[in-house]
Design a protein. Structure first.
Length: 479
């Protein structure tokens, strides 16, 4: 098995990147029908080592669901496992009954069918298990996939969209393995507190991957599908990343950045122009917050974020077909809401009382140890009630020494500010997950439109899955 330090040493990029198959749906009475079979299987991530895994329509991960804005879709989720599960459509704006959260459990041997309209702009969303207190484990074993929405803008000139050819999805995950080859998800108290970290990076389920690029321009659609690890992505040749999209779709304009930090659940879209025979590596570099050490982040040393440098994937160009190298100055108009429009501000305090010395040493189970606004997740309690059609500011304050990726179901939002300062350039588009740094405050703004259901809640939570499973989650209804 790989040693603890093997992240940095990771292999020779010997393995061709696996590309998740596309699932386009078949025409049915209610629009496009997507059949998703949640199943178990065996995967070979490390050569000669067989790992029991879960997947959707396959042994590990799921197909890339693809649809277009304004489509009507029906998801038919069959649970072929011997345990309950759910599939949540992360980033989608849909009715709470279709959300696939902890309330929409699919029992073994049954089918959950749900239909909804795609009422949002093109974006890279995703789907994953959201089973109460077992999301971390089921996602780790493989229950996740991409959900790609396209429209005219997302396929405009200069923006490659030939899936798997010049439009390459990268689902980045880290895993550790036991001696028998199975995934190691025996959580220690440290794992729960800090979030699970693996010592092998998988991209689309491929360890030590490379991909051969075929066109001058490639679009990388990147999901941080890890349980807790933060990646600070950059090119090893020092060139800038050309960022064109975030969680909820295209940015208003391309942004050139040396590094992009991606927390669990976040997505970013990047353009890469290559020359013949050029080969570069996409790396993960030490995190600004962890390395810069401000306040409590420093006290926790490397635990507050990523302090390692390691390669994620090698991108190899050989012969290249020509691409349209136009780079539009403006991509889209991102919907904006102003603070003055907001009907109210809600406060969310991320606190970890157990983070104190006693908690760190205690051996008790973690259930209920983490919360938001001092309360741990309770499926029978609605924490917030939002009026249909209202615009609200959510002010998220993190008093812990760790960064938490805060995610809201059912909406896409804009980030107003971080500690009063404007958000980072790649965060200026629509988002559904935002990093809230140690000892800091982020304000987001959004509109709760279209879907009211006073009975069925949406979730908001930390997307460090160990934190979510330990109770750092709450429920809101739109009514
Ligand atoms: Cu990505 Cu509540 O989930
Ligand atoms: Cu979600
Ligand atoms: Cu957290």
């Amino acid at each position: 098995m790989p040693s603890r330090s093997s992240l940095a040493a990771a292999g020779r990029f010997a393995n061709p990147l696996r590309i998740p198959p596309l699932l386009e749906g078949v025409p049915g009475t209610g629009g496009k029908v997507y059949d998703l079979n949640v199943t178990s299987g065996k995967s070979e991530f490390l050569s000669g080592v067989s790992t029991p895994t879960l997947g959707i329509n396959g042994a590990y991960l799921g197909p890339t669901i693809r649809c277009r804005t304004n489509d009507r879709v029906t998801m038919r989720v069959r649970n072929s496992l011997t345990e309950p599960t759910t599939l949540h459509w992360h980033g989608l704006h849909l009715p709470a009954a279709s959300d696939g959260g902890p309330h929409q459990v699919v029992q073994p041997g049954t089918v959950w069918e749900t239909s909804f309209a795609i009422k949002q702009a093109a974006s890279l969303c995703w789907y994953h298990s959201h089973l109460m207190e077992q999301t971390g484990e089921q996602v780790l074993r493989g229950l996740a996939g991409l959900f790609l929405i396209e429209d005219e803008q997302s396929q405009s000139p200069g923006l490659p969209s030939d899936y798997g050819v010049d439009d390459i999805p990268l689902v980045i995950q880290d895993r550790r393995f036991k001696a028998d080859g199975s995934f190691d998800y025996d959580l220690t108290m440290h794992d729960v507190m800090m979030g699970y970290k693996g010592n092998v990076v998988l991209v689309n389920g491929t360890a030590s991957p490379h991909v051969v690029l075929r066109r001058q321009r490639t679009r990388l659609r990147i999901l941080n599908g890890s349980n807790s690890r933060i990646y600070t992505l950059g090119r090893d040749d020092g060139a800038d990343l050309v960022v064109i999209g975030s969680d909820g779709g295209l940015l208003e304009q391309p942004e050139r950045l040396r590094r992009v930090r991606l927390g669990p659940g976040e997505r970013v879209e990047i353009l890469l122009d290559m020359q013949r025979d050029q080969s570069i590596r996409l790396m993960s570099y030490p995190d600004r917050v962890a390395a810069g050490g401000r306040g409590p982040g420093m006290m926790m040393g490397g635990m507050a974020g990523n302090i390692e440098t390691f390669p994620v994937i090698e991108l190899r160009a050989e012969k290249l077909e020509t691409s349209d190298l136009a780079l539009p100055e403006r991509l889209i108009q991102v919907p904006g809401w102003t603070a003055a429009q907001a009907a109210r501000t809600r406060i969310f305090l991320l606190d970890m009382p157990m983070m104190g010395m006693g908690g760190m040493m205690g051996g008790a189970g973690m259930g209920g140890a983490m919360g938001i606004n001092g309360r741990s997740m309770d499926m029978d309690r609605i924490d917030e009630r939002v009026s249909l059609g209202s615009i609200e500011i959510w002010r998220i304050r993190n008093t812990t020494p760790l960064a938490h990726p805060f995610h809201i179901h059912g909406v896409q939002f804009r980030t107003l500010d971080r500690d009063g300062r404007p958000p980072l350039p790649h965060e200026r588009g629509l988002k559904d997950t935002v990093m809230v740094d140690p000892d800091s405050t982020v304000r987001i703004i959004t509109e709760f439109s279209d879907f009211a259901d006073p009975k069925r809640p949406y979730m908001y939570h930390c997307h460090i899955l160990e934190h979510e499973d330990a109770g750092m989650m709450g429920q809101f209804v739109v009514e």
